[in-house]
Design a binder for this molecule. Sequence first.
Ligand code: HEC
Length: 128
Amino acid sequence: MRYLVCLVIGLMAGALLASTAAAILGKRDPYPRALMSVMQHELKLARDATANRCEGIAKPLDLLATLTEDIEVAMPHGEEVDRVFRQYVGDLRSTLATARAAAGDCARQTQALTDVGNACSACHRDYR
Ligand code: HEC
């Protein structure tokens, strides 16, 4: 009987610990993904603006540039950012500046947005 009680207590303690561990593991920092989702949204607005007579691209691009400033804060969760990651952030920043300078020039604007999308993908290939 005593063994049975010990067994039941052991099983209950094990189940409790397992569910606590699952809860902790499931609670990843939501900020990096939230930041990326908003960036995705702004890039879409910029693309839509380009498709729509190439007007209204300045606002989403300015927002994207501001959000890009936060990537290194959000991403490595407080750890040291490595050189390659920083390079990708820099590449995104410069493609955004080029796109911003092209605002109003439809052909250049379209090309510049493709470069921005490629800068996103380059980092994702290595870090996502
Ligand atoms: C310097 C690196 C870097 C750059 C540049 C970058 N990303 Fe990301 N992105 C990441 C990483 C790392 C993740 C995975 C984050 C995670 O799951 O915690 C990610 C994830 C995402 C996701 C998925 C979010 C989710 O809900 O899981 C989207 C969408 C996204 N990025 C969009 C973009 C867009 C749009 C750009 C360019 C305007 C961009 N990213 C530029 C590193 C980058």
